[in-house]
Design a protein around this ligand. Structure first.
Ligand code: PMP
Ligand code: GLN
Length: 381
């Protein structure tokens, strides 16, 4: 294995899902819904498979999906995009992240990233030869401190890699926090890559605000999203990057050498979904909010410190009061102890003081599964 991948452990999601399969435990670890997205959308994909959409799609993505993404950004956020030059379809947001970082980060450049971070950020920054500079969102509220953000930027910083709504904490950055990011980005002439895959999965009447809508940001922001989260099709790996033509051209330049193109028959189905299914994600969010409350109440009864998430389908807890100091040891023992799998959130931290005792639980599961998880944890208590 090449130097650039040494020291990067295998993704924690695969490790913990394999543990769930091996032990037969309930998987509240890796974030994937156990109910598929809308059947009408699946029907569109089947139709495309039957009707000859089985060869390479254009590298930028099919025209109907690019148009649907542009229309979605307009409808929800008032963002005007040229579907021909300001949208590129990616193999999930994961490829969007990789293409953007590989396209925009030179070896030795510093990338400011929110900690806890989504694990692919670490690997991707390393593959680009960049250096990560974490800014920690601290429990219990996981807010972004403007001074810490400012302090993380040096004269070697070129990119801020943002994530809001934020996995794993569930924080939705406020207008003030976004304004702080924008101020730093404009002052230091930085590009911001913003991962907004949970844009529609927000709770309690909150609203996600895309960073690119702030003054001075449209020209320096690459925004990423994915049908995986919005429509519960994580296995389709259809995502998109949007932004000004020059930055989208850079992302496309990298994407063409990563996958060239992806998911030809799924793209028209996702286009259809974006145009017809906004009711789906509104009801998905409402349903997830109820499951959040169910799981958080159950975890709270176990005397764990539970940090109620504002968004996503994850909740972070601190397991110290439950008698554990090390999240990884706790999670490795949990299948046997309780028949449940969760994710040691320390995998998302450089700062082990902050991360060592945090565990992430997923609630994107059927109500009965969440209830059973809580029942098992209670029985093992
Ligand atoms: N970013 C974040 C914050 C995520 O949680 C995920 C998880 N799926 C991704 C990116 C990857 O998205 P995709 O599955 O579309 O590649
Ligand atoms: N995004 C999902 C999570 O955070 C899983 C994605 C993956 O397995 N890479 O759990």
């Amino acid at each position: 294995t090449a130097q650039r991948l040494r020291g990067i452990p295998p993704t924690i999601f695969a490790e913990m899902s394999a543990l769930a399969v091996r032990t037969g435990a309930l998987n509240l670890g890796q974030g994937f819904p156990d109910v598929d997205g809308p059947p009408e959308v699946v029907a569109r994909a089947v139709e495309a498979l039957r009707n000859g959409r089985n060869q390479y799609a254009p590298g930028q993505g099919t025209p109907e999906l690019r148009a649907a993404v542009a229309a979605h950004q307009q409808r929800h956020y008032g963002i005007e995009l040229d579907p021909d030059t300001e949208v590129v379809v990616t193999a999930g947001a994961t490829e969007g992240i990789a293409a953007a970082i590989l396209a925009l980060v030179n070896p030795g450049d510093e990338v400011v990233v929110l900690e806890p971070f989504y694990d692919s950020y670490v690997a991707t920054i390393a593959m680009a030869g960049g250096v990560r500079r974490p800014v920690t969102l601290r429990a219990p509220h996981f807010r972004l401190d403007a001074e810490e953000l400012r302090a993380a930027v040096t004269d070697r910083t070129t990119v801020i890699l943002l994530n809001t709504p934020h996995n794993p904490t569930g924080s939705v950055l406020t207008p003030e926090e976004l304004a702080a990011v924008a101020r730093v980005a404009v002052e230091h002439d930085l590009v911001v890559v913003t991962d907004e895959v949970y844009e529609h999965l927000v709770f309690d009447g909150r609203r996600h605000v895309p960073l690119c809508t702030l003054p001075g940001m449209a020209e320096r922001t690459v925004s990423l999203s994915s049908a995986g989260k919005t429509f519960s099709f994580t296995g389709w790996k259809v995502g998109w990057a949007t932004g000004p033509a020059d930055l989208v051209a850079s992302v496309s330049a990298a994407k063409q050498w990563l996958t060239f193109t992806n998911a030809a028959p799924l793209q028209p189905a996702v286009a259809w979904a974006l145009e017809h299914e906004s009711g789906f994600y509104a009801s998905l969010a409402a349903d997830l909010q109820k499951k959040r409350d169910l799981l958080c109440a159950g975890l709270g009864e176990l005397d764990l410190d539970v940090y109620l998430p504002e968004s996503t389908y994850f909740v972070t807890t601190d397991v110290r009061r439950y008698g554990h100091r090390d999240a990884r040891a706790f999670c490795l023992a949990l299948p046997e102890r309780a028949g449940v799998v969760a994710i040691p959130a320390q995998a998302f931290y450089d700062d082990q003081e902050e991360g060592r005792h945090k565990v992430r639980w997923a609630f994107c599961k059927e109500r009965s599964v969440v209830e059973e998880g809580v029942r098992r944890l209670r029985a093992a208590d």
